[in-house]
Design a protein around this ligand. Sequence first.
Ligand code: SAH
Length: 368
Amino acid sequence: MDMAVRQQNLLDLGPAGMAAWFEQFGERAFRAEQILKWIYHQGVMDFQAMTNLSQALRDRLQQSASLELPHIQSEQVSRDGTVKWLFDVGRSNAVETVYIPEPGRGTLCVSSQVGCALNCSFCATGAQGFNRNLSAAEIIGQVWQAARSLGHERNGERKITNVVMMGMGEPLLNLEALLPALELMRDDLGYGLASRRVTVSTAGLIPGMDALNEHIDVALAVSLHAPIDELRNQLVPLNKKYPIADLMAACRRFVADKHKRSVTFEYTLIDGVNDHPEHARKLIKLLRQVPSKLNLIPFNPFPGTRYQCSPPDRIQRFQEIVMRGDIIATVRKTRGDDIAAACGQLAGDFSDRTRRRERIQLQVQASA
Ligand code: SAH
């Protein structure tokens, strides 16, 4: 075989990209639809098993194209049913994907980067630093692998009903790969998820929020964590570049275009840092500027962090204050913390095995 010929990994292509690729390959665009159904509906990753394609086309595809998934390095199941997969993405790097089953729904939390460059002071992924962007194939491949492992469509019932881009990384710093992957989640030829069931979470990258809104209809979550710039600068350093007032204006643009939607704001409650009643009152004023929902996340500890989780009564008080201010606020239940799968605990990189073991031990001690 001529090794100079580069094969196209078809998992890197969204529906439109796939149609364009088949045209330049000298095939009719409907072939793209057939292949997409094989991959994402039937879970077939072998051209030779795609029996509605001619033998000649299967052979040509085998020469010029590939179907390359990220490999599962390990799978752990929490005592609460949460599942965490570690994906080997080469060069001793790994990313994590988490499945959170709840009555009537199943949410898959997907990673977008190996590590993260934003360095939020309370996040384990941030503490690990940044390695590289994931490809579209590595993003949608997490969904494919999770779907297969869970028996996604068995007995006509779907296991994955929602996808949240809340794993490792800042998705809006990897739009080029994110967009085709989101298209595959949304499109009927892919996973066919409705726009409200696919959520992109951002630390507040304003140009990315505008670009996302322009290209695809999905839900938006913004990691706020503080109602005032001085404090948010410390928690989310990106705030120095995109301060709160500008961020709220970007959120208004986002909902203005698609009037039906609200923005979900994530707020991690950290003991003595951002959990004072005054913070809650300031938050009400801020969130009234845009149709919003508030998701309060009890801080999840990880080794080496200087922060602690707010005590339960303070979390409850915080929630009561914002709800009295007519803000819809839920407290996110901590899930999968016994396998370090909770928010902010995803560290992935398995060159860091000792620290992972420490972390799991700490979690077990904390919950004992
Ligand atoms: N970079 C994106 C996607 C990551 S989402 C973003 O910032 O939104 C992960 C969510 O978990 C974010 O809201 C993040 O702020 C929050 N988080 C990070 N570390 C956490 C921790 N230790 N405890 C609880 N939540 C945390």
